[in-house]
Each structure stands twice: as C-alpha cells, then as structure tokens.
Design a protein. Structure first.
Length: 299
C-alpha cells in the first residue's frame, strides 16, 4: 500500500543553490525560502554552516538565517559538518540540523576532507551536543547507490555506514543517490538491507537525483516500501559541487504532481510552487529543468 501523506523535505535553497556559480543575492534567497514556506512546504532546508571556501554560494548563512525568523510553523534545517558549524547554527537559534556523511571513501575525502571513519568521529560531538540542546538531527548519507570514482556501491557497505550514523543518535536518515544512478530494484534492496539491520523505515527519507530519469520511479518504489519522507528541490535545482556527474535533484513539482495523482496528501500548493520556481529561474537566467514546471508554466 501507499501512505496517505508524504512529508516533503525541500532542499532547493540549500542543495539546489549550493551549486550555482553566480552568487545569488541574500535577498533573493530569503524571498525564495519565504515563498517555499508560503507554498505549503513545512520543511525547508535553508542553508549550510560549512567552510565558506568550500561552498562560496552559502557563505551568507549568517545574513540569511536571521531573516527567516518570521516564518512560523515551518522547520528550517541547516547543514552542519562539525562543531564549528554547530556553534554558528546554534548561535542563530537553529532548531534542526543535518550532518552529512558518505558511504564511500572517495566522496568523504572530497566533500569533507576526511575518511568515512574520521567524518563519523567529527559528527559524534555535533550530534551529541545538538541532541543535548533539544535540536533535531538528520543524518544524510551520500553515494548510497553509486559513486563517480568507485562505481556501484554495495548494499552492505551503505548499511554499515548508515547504522553507524544512526548509532550516533540521528533522528532521521536521508539516503542520497547523489549522482542519480539508482533504479527501483536497488532502492528496494537497500531499504530491505537497512530494515534487516534494525534501521526502521519510519526513520528513513529518500534523496534522489534525476540524472537518468529514475527519480520518480525510485520514489514510488520507496513509498511502496513504506517510506513517507521524500527530499525534493523546487524546480529541480541542484547538483553537488564535489560530485561532478551529479545533475539536478528530483523536482518538487514533479513529485507533487505524481503524489497528487495518487491521492497522497502533501499540503503543497502546486500553482504557488511553480510560480516560485519560474520566478527563481528568472533570477538564475535559465529555465527550470522540471517537466512539471515547464508544462504548467507553458514554456
Ligand atoms: P577542513 O579544511 O578539513 O577544515 O574542511 P578544518 O577542520 O581543518 O579547519 C580549517 C579551517 O576552517 C579552520 O580555520 C576552521 O575554523 C575553519 P583556521 O583555524 O584555519 O582559521 N572551519 C570552518 N569555518 C566556518 N564554518 C565551518 C568550519 N569548519 C572549519 N563549519 C570541512 C572540513 C568539513 C569544514 C569542509 O570540508 C567543508 O566545509 N565541507 C562542506 C562541503 C559541502 O558543504 N558539500 C555539500 C553538501 S553535501 C551534499 O550536497 C550531498 C547531499 O545533498 C545528499 C546527496 O545528494 O548525496 C547532502
Ligand atoms: Mg543532493
């Protein structure tokens, strides 16, 4: 069976924008997050407290985050790689954070300048301190299906790292198909592998990229397995600055279109969301890659 409701974890303002070469003004980012919240998205990932040299686009986190304080009833998680990032986030009153690990050594090195084990050691005090402060913690795991340098990633390897991440005390786990190579059978195999090792489906979210056009099929497979949290990016923005072959995330509009057709509740106003992505595309200077945005906007 399928769930009656899906919680969309909107990542456009973070995962989507982090890869944009031209600096997007803080004003535009603030309006983007406000419009996403107004369109009914109740979890809008806002920015990252990472080293500004690693992700220059999000170097304005200190300016942006305080401008979102008037948004009520909407979770505004932020990415935090280490204690320095946690301090920055807590200073501004963040109530939800996400650490981000990798299932592969190659990506851990490139994204965090650490081995997998060293990154888990880096996250340990972050998660402990966050939980101690009553802050909700999401654990992202990248390269859960394939890796641009290592090829296909074995399910056992992903499950091992996922368990280690959850054992730190994360409240939820997001399975990242960072380069978009997953197919539905692989999704089912990974979810089953996680369940077998005690990671329950209720704690799992899925994070698909649409490189090979499989993001919606993979999402449906995950929903059929019982997953109810799906990451998506307004307008299909995104990629990853440290994984060259990554293209856009699953577009939130494409996801909402499918879920609406299935009678699954999301709380999202598709018209308002499409208008938001069309507006942002104007700022970025190119049309949204989302098929649903193009169809609804008539472009
Ligand atoms: P490092 O160079 O090893 O850092 O980078 P370090 O610990 O050696 O510190 C070096 C200097 O950086 C120090 O300053 C620190 O204070 C400073 P100094 O003492 O030399 O003056 N520093 C910081 N400054 C500000 N904020 C911080 C911070 N940390 C250290 N948080 C580090 C290690 C983790 C910092 C770096 O690798 C980094 O920032 N990486 C972030 C990369 C990133 O954001 N990638 C994109 C997100 S992951 C993703 O998109 C995938 C996902 O969407 C899911 C999917 O699709 O798979 C989540
Ligand atoms: Mg991503």
């Amino acid at each position: 069976g399928l769930p009656a409701r899906v919680r969309i974890h909107e990542v456009g303002a973070r995962d989507g924008l982090q890869n944009e070469k031209a600096t997007v003004p803080t004003d535009v980012k603030a309006e983007f997050v406000h419009r996403l919240a107004a369109a009914g998205l109740d979890t809008v990932e806002a920015t990252s407290f990472v080293h500004p040299k690693w992700v220059p686009q999000l170097a304005d986190a200190e300016q942006l985050f305080p401008r979102l304080g008037d948004i009520e009833g909407v979770h505004l998680p932020v990415l935090v790689p280490n204690e320095r990032g946690l301090d920055r986030a807590l200073d501004l009153g963040a109530r939800r954070i996400a650490v981000f690990g990798s299932a592969t050594e190659s990506f851990a090195r490139r994204n965090l300048n650490r081995s997998v084990a060293e990154s888990l050691a880096m996250f340990e005090p972050v998660v402990a301190r966050a939980k101690g402060a009553g802050v909700h913690v999401r654990g992202y795991l990248s390269m859960c299906f394939g890796d641009p340098w290592e090829g296909p990633v074995p399910v056992d390897q992903v499950v091992g790292t996922a368990k280690a991440l959850m054992d730190l005390g994360c409240d939820e786990l997001s399975l990242g198909d960072t380069i978009g190579v997953a197919t539905p059978g692989h999704v089912r195999a990974l979810l089953t592998g996680l369940n077998d090792q005690g990671v329950g489906t209720e704690a799992i979210g899925v994070h698909f990229h649409d490189t090979y056009g499989q993001a919606l099929s993979n999402t449906l497979a995950a929903l059929q397995h019982g997953v109810t949290t799906v990451d998506a990016s307004a307008g299909g923005l995104g990629g990853c600055p440290y994984a060259k072959s990554a293209t856009g995330n699953l577009a939130t509009e494409d996801l909402v279109w499918m879920l609406r057709g299935l009678g699954i509740e999301t709380g999202v106003d598709l018209t308002a969301l499409t208008a938001t992505s069309t507006w942002l595309a104007g700022h970025l200077g190119r049309p949204s890659p989302s098929r649903t945005v193009r169809a609804l906007a008539g472009t």
